[in-house]
Ligand binder design. Structure first.
Ligand code: PEP
Length: 257
């Protein structure tokens, strides 16, 4: 059984006090005693690097995990402005978002670079969340699956079967990110199903069935339950709606059985 994972990607938002009060408000809205919540949901928030310490303090004693939004693939060196996996580990970072479309678009990250980061994360026992997704033009041209599969293959190049259980894939159609236009559950399911088939072809049925594939792109409290109800949607990567405690908590609890 795949446990649903909900990750809040704060992007370049908030500062120390705002971050602390957001975490504290999220905690107050989630009932830590709820057996259904514990059994059915894993939750993480991904603040900017400089807020990791403050957020880790505010998360102490809760089940909410810490994620990073990016990292470099080397452990150390002359890479001005970068942050390495061993720098993230002491904060208790459990997940790292890699290959987000904003990194691909604005920072020219390639599949090859993202693959190096995926390998570095695995080496340091930080669970990578590998993001893939097509642009509006690519979808219009009928290239969605080619683009997504190329990003998937590129990001997973050289990854061994034994590493798949540490990896999460996030399907995030670029046209749905921050636009208010989410993929329909059927559109998302179609791509998620094909991603899982590809994982199955490469790693075998059992491992592919255990792999989590998140959906991201304008997830809201209104659409979360119908997206999460699809058989191959195992959670959500949430941008805008993760910056408000009410909406993030509602997404976390959407569709709880
Ligand atoms: C994201 O940036 O990963 C994202 C899904 O953003 P939003 O929820 O705002 O569309």
């Amino acid at each position: 059984m795949r446990k649903t994972l909900i990750v809040g990607n704060w992007k370049m938002n908030l500062e120390r006090l705002g971050a602390r009060s957001l975490v504290s408000a999220i905690r107050s809205k989630l009932d830590p005693q709820s057996a259904r919540l514990k059994e059915q949901r894993e939750i993480a928030v991904a603040p900017p690097f400089v807020l990791l310490y403050a957020v880790s303090q505010e998360l102490a004693g809760s089940d909410i995990l810490l994620a990073a939004q990016n990292m470099h693939f080397e452990d150390s060196g002359a890479y001005t402005g970068e942050v390495s996996p061993p720098m993230l580990k002491p904060f208790g970072v459990r997940y790292v978002i890699l290959g987000h479309s904003e990194r691909r678009q604005f920072f020219k990250e390639t599949d090859d670079l993202i693959n190096k980061k995926v390998k570095a994360a695995l080496r340091h026992r930080i669970n990578p969340i590998l993001c893939v997704g097509e642009t509006a033009d690519q979808r219009k041209e009928g290239r969605t699956l080619d683009v997504v599969m190329a990003q998937l293959e590129g990001g997973l190049e050289g990854i061994e079967a034994s590493q798949l259980s540490s990896l999460t894939i996030a399907y995030e159609p670029v046209w749905a990110i921050g636009t208010g236009v989410n993929a329909t559950p059927e559109q998302a399911q179609e791509v998620h199903g094909i991603i899982r088939n590809r994982l199955q072809a490469r790693f075998g049925t059992e491992l592919a069935q255990g792999a989590r594939i998140l959906y991201g792109g304008s997830v809201t409290p209104e659409n979360a339950a119908s997206l999460l109800a699809m058989p191959d949607i195992d959670g959500a990567l949430v941008g805008g709606a993760s910056l408000k405690a009410d909406s993030f908590a509602a997404i976390v609890m959407a569709g709880l059985g």
